[in-house]
Design a protein around this ligand. Structure first.
Ligand code: SAH
Length: 502
């Protein structure tokens, strides 16, 4: 078996600024070697048993020396593994990707390079600064600010050329040398009034941009405590920021939101938060575990002709039910004679994806509202099938049972996810979280199980958003203050209640 290395540009930080090819390399990797600037959320896309090796700054503040990184990558590949080396931005833009490639070549290890969006371009873009513009800059120059000791005879950088070219200048790794950079440019003739932008954590929800002039930028940076990673952009294009700044004006820009849905369900909430400029922090609390070899479900499907109603209460239930039909070599036509009820618009949508329009979708997406609609139409001759979670509430089954026959079949179970307590507490203690969202009662109880009752108070320092009345009730019973309850019990309802919070 031959190993292979992919040097992959992970882009500037925004989760969705990764190439399709880069994602593919993450998914097929046996080992992922990553550093500080690559968005850590990409690791979630890896195979289950993928090994992760962090080579960025550790708590000791030391980066693993380049030779050691090279060694790790080469050795893992020689073991026959697929190694994906994730680097912030583009691997060849001050990423030392060239050196890693050279070594691999020397050792006869196969490798490929996947370009990424460099922060020099993507970072400026998200700060509202076009790197070129017909009226302001007809070239751009990306320069290392990590200057070796200046050799007067052979300076590493031709400051005179840079100062007089009238292109946009972008310095990477330049914060520590900002004074040197600005004074060299002024000395060689660049106007001291030239606009400068300092862009920190570009394209992330914690992006911060400070503008100044070449003359004042050093003082400004000291006063504002600017820290790496920061881009220094010098040129008239910086002035366009006021007009072109689309990113920082997004409604959830700068907001940190904990998302506590199960791993398989959280993706739409996570994706919506980040599309709106916020930072979703995923803390999975529950996992969905399908009940395998479900003979009970097969039996009821065989008897489906006896039923007049089918109630599906979650997207998971829809998936499992219809997959089972398929497995039994049946299709949605077996449901032709019964009425289908859905709790929740996401559930209804999933049913529609399977070729059926739900007959009843209650106005509010809880069992009580469905029962309100059913109680007037159910006859004692009806028979209702509810395939659903093992730990679901009794309410619906008990109430329907007062009118007609009802059969509940357990098709999946929600179990506590094994997220680490300390990790969750670290997030809660960071002081950086604005909201925490709960999309079901079980996420509340599970979250409390994970952090421990003694830590419930920590939740009350955040704004707690609940998806609906039942979840709110559960939270209250645990002494959690609910800040806002979604008006409509959906993921969009949760999003709206955060957006409306001014
Ligand atoms: N290969 C990377 C650059 C690596 S050098 C790329 O193409 O972007 C590291 C420097 O890049 C940092 O010191 C900083 O100047 C810059 N940088 C990378 N990502 C950044 C980000 N999200 N925000 C601001 N600066 C960033």
């Amino acid at each position: 078996m031959k190993g292979k290395v992919y040097l992959v540009g992970a882009g500037p930080g925004d989760y969705k600024l990764l190439t399709l090819k880069g994602l593919e390399c993450i998914k097929k990797a046996d080992v992922i070697v990553y550093d500080r600037l690559a968005n850590k959320n990409y690791l979630k896309e890896a195979k289950e048993n993928c090994e992760f090796i962090y080579v960025g700054k550790a708590s000791s503040n030391h980066t693993l020396p380049q030779e050691d990184i090279n060694r790790v990558i080469a050795d893992k590949a020689k073991e026959g593994k697929i190694v994906t080396r994730l680097k912030g931005g583009d691997p060849y833009v001050f990423g030392r990707g060239g050196e890693e490639g050279e070594l691999l070549k020397e050792e006869g290890i196969e490798f490929e390079v996947v370009p990424g969006i460099t922060s020099a371009i993507g970072g400026l873009c998200y700060a509202g600064i076009p790197i070129t513009h017909r009226d302001y800059a007809s070239s751009f120059h990306v320069i290392t600010g990590h200057l070796r000791d200046d050799d007067k005879e052979n300076p590493e950088i031709n400051w005179n050329a840079l100062a007089n070219m009238n292109g946009t200048l972008v310095f990477l790794m330049g914060v520590a040398n900002l004074q040197k950079i600005s004074s060299n440019l002024i000395k060689e003739g660049k106007s001291k009034d030239t606009p400068v932008a300092l862009i920190s954590w570009a394209t992330r929800s914690n992006q911060r941009v400070i503008t100044s002039t070449l003359e004042n930028v050093y003082e400004t940076a000291v006063r504002e405590n600017v820290k790496p990673p920061t881009l220094i952009a010098v040129g008239d294009v910086v002035e366009l920021r006021d007009k072109l700044n689309f990113f920082e004006s997004k409604p959830l820009f700068g907001k940190n939101v904990i998302v506590t849905r199960s791993r398989t369900q959280s993706s739409s909430l996570v994706s919506k938060i980040s599309d709106l400029g916020g930072n979703p922090i995923e803390v999975p609390t529950i996992k969905i575990e399908k009940i395998e070899n479900n003979i009970a479900l097969e039996n009821e499907i065989k008897n489906i002709k006896d039923y007049t109603y089918l109630i599906l209460t979650s997207k998971n239930a829809v998936d499992i039910f219809f997959d089972k039909l398929d497995e039994m070599d049946l299709d949605s036509r077996v449901l032709a004679n019964l009425k289908v009820c859905a709790i929740g618009s996401a559930t209804a949508k999933e049913i529609k994806n399977r070729g059926i329009k739900a007959d009843i979708i209650p106005e509010k997406f809880v069992a009580e509202y469905l029962f309100e609609e059913l109680k007037d139409i159910l006859k004692d001759s009806d028979k209702v099938l509810i395939p659903r979670a093992k730990n679901a509430r009794d309410f619906l089954v008990n109430k329907i049972n007062e009118i007609c026959a009802v059969k509940e079949v357990h098709i999946y179970e929600t179990v506590l996810d094994d997220s680490k307590k300390d990790e969750v507490l670290d997030i809660l203690n960071s002081g950086e979280v604005d909201y925490i969202t709960f999309a079901s009662s079980s996420t509340v109880t599970n979250f409390v199980d994970i952090i421990g009752k003694e830590n419930i108070d920590k939740l009350n320092e955040l704004k707690v958003i609940s998806i609906g009345p039942i979840t709110t009730q559960t939270a209250k019973s645990l002494n959690i203050n609910v800040y806002n309850e979604a008006e409509v019990s959906t993921i969009d309802g949760i999003i709206n209640s955060i957006m409306n919070d001014k």
